[in-house]
Design a protein around this ligand. Structure first.
Ligand code: SF4
Ligand code: SF4
Length: 435
């Protein structure tokens, strides 16, 4: 018999978790669910696998959390492994199903509780365990040293000056208006993202800084069911913002980072009123304001001519409320915008959310199968370009592009804006002035 399955289960710890915080609310959801099935068609896992009833949101909760309550936490490792497979492999906690439930039952919150229970017994996808170790040891998901981060920033500032004169990337500048935070994949794999944002900030004359700690706004422990670590991760960012005395924390084009900083993070970090200590703004909102206020002007000759569509990241649009802003930005940038069906707050998850991408190769097949719904949505638009203001969506749609041969390119708002904004003369690099 598998050794893992022989390990003892701390059923008292499970029972304690079942009676914590949310238990009254969760018990009431479990008792009022009428099994009407209205949530089923809302879930892309269900739709992607021939409407398998076992993939309906209500069933996923019935097979895991309801059972845990019924058994009062007296379960074995085989049962926990089943919970693991459902909670991480069959739900991205995208919250779409709640929009369709007549009682507004929050399936995602219940699945997150299942994840916490599995985590308490060490039953967690390996990929997420690795990122948690990185957060613990270095404060960011990539395990990047502070010196390397600061070095990357200064290298990117140098590079940015090839395009925009006078770009600086200030670190720990007290009293700046905005503390800009990034996804750790940016300094590690896509440093040009930092350079592009610095160019935009320079042209609009923004007062900004990057922090030397708490600069990684991602929060994968939130998806690993590790609430204690998730609280530490987000608190590190809040504390730095308070220390620097900034007016707002700005979040890069990342969906779950916004979910963490804006509405899950305060509770995780112990703010009982549910409000972050410093206001949080997503870069989609920032870009919208800069364009609306004329601080960024787009060269009409450079507007995108090819058909283009927009991927609403669940945690930016549905859960973050910014679906209108995303489309307003596109009015400045694209001539042939084609929305997906459904879209905005009703858009389907890309299939890479909820920690799915960092969960690693063993989950990739499921990710590709369930992503069929997104691939079909994109194909139906006829778009050649997909704008995705989220790193997870970008990675997932790039994988779907290969899997389903969509023939598309995935871009961020930063890329579209920096390539098309009108650069005032004072910011033109000396070489281009002389030309
Ligand atoms: S939260 Fe999203 S992925 Fe999870 S069951 Fe609901 S619709 Fe499906
Ligand atoms: S729609 Fe709501 S009440 Fe109906 S099965 Fe789904 S969770 Fe239960």
């Amino acid at each position: 018999m598998n050794e893992e399955l022989q390990k003892p289960v701390n059923t008292k710890a499970i029972k304690d978790l079942l009676s914590l915080n949310d238990s009254a609310r969760i018990k009431s959801w479990l008792s009022i669910c009428s099994r009407c099935g209205l949530c089923a068609e809302s879930c892309f896992f269900y739709l992607a696998k021939n409407k398998d009833p076992k993939l309906s949101p209500a069933y996923k909760v019935k097979a895991t959390l309801l059972e845990l309550y019924k058994r009062k936490g007296q379960v074995d490792r085989a049962f926990l492994q089943k919970c693991h497979d459902i909670a991480w492999g069959e739900c991205t906690t995208c919250k779409r199903c709640s929009l369709f439930c007549p009682f507004g039952i929050d399936i995602a919150t219940m699945i997150s509780t299942v994840r916490s229970i599995c985590h308490s017994q060490g039953v967690v996808p390996e990929g997420l365990v690795r990122t948690s170790t990185n957060y613990r040891e270095s404060g960011n998901q990539m395990g990047m040293a502070t010196e390397d981060f600061e070095e990357t920033c200064s290298w990117m500032a140098e590079e940015a000056n090839d395009d925009i004169r006078g770009v600086e990337i200030p670190v720990d500048r007290a009293g700046a208006r905005i503390m800009y935070t990034v996804n750790a994949r940016e300094p590690m794999y896509y440093p040009q993202d930092i350079s592009m944002m610095a160019q935009i900030f320079t042209v609009v004359g923004e007062s900004w800084t990057l922090p030397s700690t708490g600069w990684d706004c991602t929060n994968l422990p939130m998806f690993a069911g590790d609430k204690a670590l998730a609280g530490q991760v987000v608190k590190r960012m809040y504390d730095k913002a308070v220390e620097l005395g900034v007016e707002a924390i700005a979040i890069t084009e990342c969906g779950h980072a916004y979910r963490s900083a804006l509405f899950e993070g305060p509770y995780l970090a112990g703010y009982r009123d549910g409000k972050p200590p410093v206001p949080v703004i997503h870069s989609v909102r920032l870009f919208y304001e800069y364009l609306r206020d004329g601080r960024i002007k787009i060269d009409p000759q450079k507007m995108v001519e090819e058909p283009l569509t927009y991927q609403d990241p669940c945690n930016v649009s549905r859960n973050g409320g910014l679906w209108r802003e995303g489309r307003e930005i596109l009015k400045y940038l694209a001539k042939d915008f084609r929305d997906m069906t459904p879209n905005s707050e009703y858009n389907h998850c890309c299939g890479g959310g909820g920690g799915f991408i960092p969960m690693g190769p063993e989950f990739k097949r499921r990710r590709m199968e369930s992503g069929r719904v997104k691939a079909e949505q994109i194909r139906a638009t006829g778009a050649k370009i997909v704008v995705a203001p989220c790193h997870n969506c970008t990675d997932q749609i790039n994988d779907l592009n290969k899997e389903y041969q969509l023939g598309i390119k995935v871009v961020s708002f930063k890329e579209l804006i920096t390539e098309r904004m009108i650069v005032p003369d004072e910011f033109k690099p000396v070489a281009s002035e002389e030309e």
